[in-house]
Design a protein around this ligand. Sequence first.
Ligand code: ZN
Length: 373
Amino acid sequence: MSEATDIRWMQAALAEARAARQAGEVPVGAVLVRGGEVIATGRNAPIACHDPSAHAEMQALRAAAQRLGNYRLDGCTLYVTLEPCAMCAGAMLHARVPRVVYGAADPKTGAAGSVLNLFAEPRLNHQTQVAGGVLAQECGALLQDFFRTRRRAQRASQLAAHPLRDDALRTPDSAFASLPDYPWAPHYVSDLPALAGLRLHYLDEGPRAAPRSWLLLHGPTGWSYQYRHLLAALVAAGQRVLAPDLIGFGRSDKPKKLAAHSLAWHGQVLAELLTRLDLRQVLLVRQGGCLPLAQAAPARLAGVLSLQPGPAPGAAYDAPFPDAGHRAGPRAFAGLVDDEAPPALPHMNARCNLDEPGQARDLALRAMEYFRL
Ligand SMILES: [Zn+2]
């Protein structure tokens, strides 16, 4: 088979792939050719068909076998835009297809050499000749473009689920893309009554069924990033840990006006969050004041750890604040005085440089011992 012929048929397979994309399916297309004639075409359609086996190759093989009245497809060449998976490679072997030509390699599920090579398995009776990389660039670009567009749409719909209020700012996700030691999935909530539509970000790690949980509250210049090492140490010890970014901080929305902030309001937001997540027996880790949380949710607290954090934090702490307009939260907090008496609960005082993994691990162990966990 000449190279020009392979390219011509691969273009026909690409047309099928584009039709799959049009239908909202992952764009993979196939044509089955014999003696210079198209016997059948196929396009990826597992969503529309409710059928995990509805890959482009399977569709083409089924249609061809129906048309020829024979499951054996001697003398045929199958052209497909993506390296076949194990299922499709197996079907081709059952159909005795003598030759398969594919476009882009599939490093995730390719069974023609990328992950495994069924066609080169000497213990299998039938052998199918394989050629890969025909119009690979075009075939691969179609897939990459499809996934990129889908990711964008998913991000847009996530954003639409938490629309940004006119009187607030939101730090773009890209500001947080490359922070070291901060691998946790973000959680967002905007429908707590006290939030009035503002989006609050929090980390929530560890087993849901843990009898106690930790609430790590950052200080007036920090955000949840400050607790990355302590959180990792507590989670490694089997604890459930919640680390919110207060409104105005971290990945949470940032009201433009200082007047939006009051300690009572922040306390109310946190109390509603604890109720929403149904956290009981909460051990509160705080720096400076503890917000009127003890008033807002007294029944949910089981202990307090007052922390004297270490030296001034590094550049990563600036990530949520690309300009002065984003800093209303820290500025407002500088003027808020928390004169609430500490709640009558088990209370531990500690000093820790939270940016030192060793110190954070040590603090986790000491605190668990103190609170008898
Ligand atoms: Zn397949």
